[in-house]
Design a protein. Sequence first.
Length: 179
Amino acid sequence: MKGFSKEVRKYEGIALRDLILGGQDGVVDIIGVILGVAVATANVKFVLIAGFSSAVAEAFSMGAVAYTSGKVLEEYLKNKRKNNSLKFTLIFDMITVFIATLIGGVIPIIPFLPILNLKLNEAIITSLILSLVVLFSAGVLTGRLSNSKNWIRSGFRILLFGAGAALLGYIAGNLLRLV
């Protein structure tokens, strides 16, 4: 039973990693894309098209990367140890990263939905705040779950990546608007 407990803990860590990897990537990538499109075009329809298209493509891409990188690790361990214990997790990892990325990617898009009836500038600010709060919360949660001594720092670390992507998207949108 002790070995089973160790395997479960190891797998829980992998699942947590996949959730954070996918969710963070979804939020960070899409906030950069939609802020760039919003600033460059000032068109909510273009923001929604770019945001949802990017979220779906990014989710598929991240799921595929989770599978293929897991497959490489599986092959390496199989050849090195003659042990193939990772095989059963590859599909689950792929699905976990896909769903987490898709959910993360939809979060920054929500304020632009027509049902909310926000003006473009209001949607941009709301999207940015919502995304950064979600990223900070995910970082804090990750820090707490991993028993980090400084879980607040973990929250700020993920928040800074999101802020960086948002800033780069904003700058790119402003530059492209001039073209």
